[in-house]
Design a protein around this ligand. Structure first.
Ligand SMILES: Nc1ncnc2c1ncn2[C@@H]1O[C@H](COP(=O)(O)OP(=O)(O)OP(=O)(O)O)[C@@H](O)[C@H]1O
Ligand SMILES: [Mg+2]
Length: 161
């Protein structure tokens, strides 16, 4: 199995939005992107970029109080999951249909994936965002699925360091 790992840098909110747009440009039905990183790292900002890139006009906000928000749009709907509030919740109580969404017909972005690890496909695209100084963010991209290699390569070309 080939694993592709790349490190890219965002220097501003605009960069992070652009990174999201590149992900959207290459998006496909069934895509799953996990976004980990500290509070305020830019996970929701990146998701906003994906939404814009998919042509979704509705404002994308943090779904922290909802766990899941669906943005129905053709050809690809966006599903935005924020699992922050599922920390410490017992597995049987987490059975709220997230698995069906993740395996569904859209693009799913997942903030705080560690709290729903059991639902994350092994071949998703993982993005770990680190807060550096000021507005700088380092993003570690990783996937073992060739389905994401075009996206990773394009991001590396535009935002690689
Ligand atoms: N390069 C950058 N990329 C993204 N956001 C940045 C950047 N530089 C500064 N910011 C600021 O960091 C914050 C990121 O907020 P955002 O809601 O996207 O983070 P988050 O990772 O979703 O947080 P949470 O864990 O609370 O959900 C915003 O206030 C944004 O203006
Ligand atoms: Mg967020």
């Amino acid at each position: 199995m080939i694993i592709m790992n790349e490190k890219i840098v965002s220097k501003s909110v605009e960069d992070t939005l652009e990174i999201g747009k590149i992900i959207a440009k290459n998006a496909f039905c069934g895509e799953v992107v996990t976004l980990s990183g500290d509070l305020g790292a830019g996970k929701t900002t990146l998701t906003k970029g994906v939404g814009k890139g998919l042509g979704i006009e509705e404002e994308i906000n943090s779904p922290t109080f909802n766990i899941l928000k669906c943005y129905f749009h053709d050809p690809l709907p966006l599903y935005h999951i924020d699992a922050y509030r599922l920390e410490g919740v017992r597995p049987e109580q987490k059975n709220i249909g997230l698995e069906e969404i993740i395996e569904g017909n859209g693009v799913t972005l997942i903030e705080w994936p560690m709290y729903i690890e059991e639902f994350i496909p092994f071949d998703s695209l993982s993005i770990e965002i680190h807060n550096d100084e000021n507005e700088n963010r380092t993003l570690l991209l990783s996937s073992n699925s060739p389905k994401y290699f075009t996206t990773i390569k394009e991001l590396k070309e535009k935002f690689g360091c």
